[in-house]
Design a protein around this ligand. Sequence first.
Ligand SMILES: Cc1ncc(COP(=O)(O)O)c(C=O)c1O
Length: 343
Amino acid sequence: MSIAFPPSVSLANLPTPVERLRPPPGYERLPNVYVKRDDLTGAALSGNKVRKLEFCMAEAAAAGADTVITCGGVQSNHARATAVAAARLGLRSILVLRGPEPAESDGNVLIDRLAGAEIRFIDEAEWPRVGRIMAGIEAELEAAGRAGYTIPEGASYPPGVFGYIRAAGEIADAERALGLSFDAIVFAVGSGGTYAGLVYGARIFGLRARILGVNVLDTPEYFADRVAGISEDFVRTYERRYRGEPWFEPIPAGDVEIAGGYDGPAYAVPSGEGIELIRTFARSTGLFLDPAYTGKAMLGLAGEAAKGRWKASNSVLFIHTGGIFSLFPRRKELAPPGTTRSA
Ligand SMILES: Cc1ncc(COP(=O)(O)O)c(C=O)c1O
């Protein structure tokens, strides 16, 4: 099967490589793990959100927008990628970030500011109203003779879904090149769009892998419903374009498989085990996982392997979805002890 994609702009370095993981010490009992390096979609403009933004930014351009508006946590990778994509395309950006304004511009916030984003910090208590806050910003812009385009949290709305449909095509190509088919595809779930895209992409490109997300906040049940909801919106939005295509059916919540229990103490806060994993992988494999998403997803892969989910002969694809900038604000917990010595 194939798909006629809607218009997109080119932002990501694609296809991203797929590399075999050399298991670090303590992780020898993993199945054969391959890593799809979506942390290499770019530099400041890197991670999984760039794939989604290729389609979202095309929509913004088609709508005649001069400003893109989006939201997320203070260290949102999605907000940062949106700010950088906007700068690259000559648009302005306004970011609504959850939490108090940090004393220092660190990690993603530094990149946001360097990319010229206007940032509005809101309280946690105001977060449930973030959709209305962004609609208010769009109205403000319109009153000033400008035009805004709002991308919802994580770009997990219909246009964003195409990002990981396209990625699934790359995964099918990698399978052909490697002469294998993956038994599972494992990755972090934060707002559900990556998951929905991979399910559609697997249907279209004939992947037989189980799509296994690892939730980094909330619960597996919450994300099963959220993915189903994204897919219902997707089917409603593209009804005329894809009606009758065999893959074009909503994703039932019961088919969404999420491994829970790896989300740590809170959103973006790693457990002690998570910190140790990030350090071990950095030191022994050169792969830099992050405290909010990919560190937890790898903890999930290792945890599920330890529970016996796979045989040693199985091949599992881990998608490294990016997030490197959020290492910096957590320097106190993450810096390995005793690595310097006076001369
Ligand atoms: C580094 C990283 N990995 C994974 C995710 C999760 O992807 P999604 O929001 O599509 O579930 C995000 C964003 O939330 C992210 O920034």
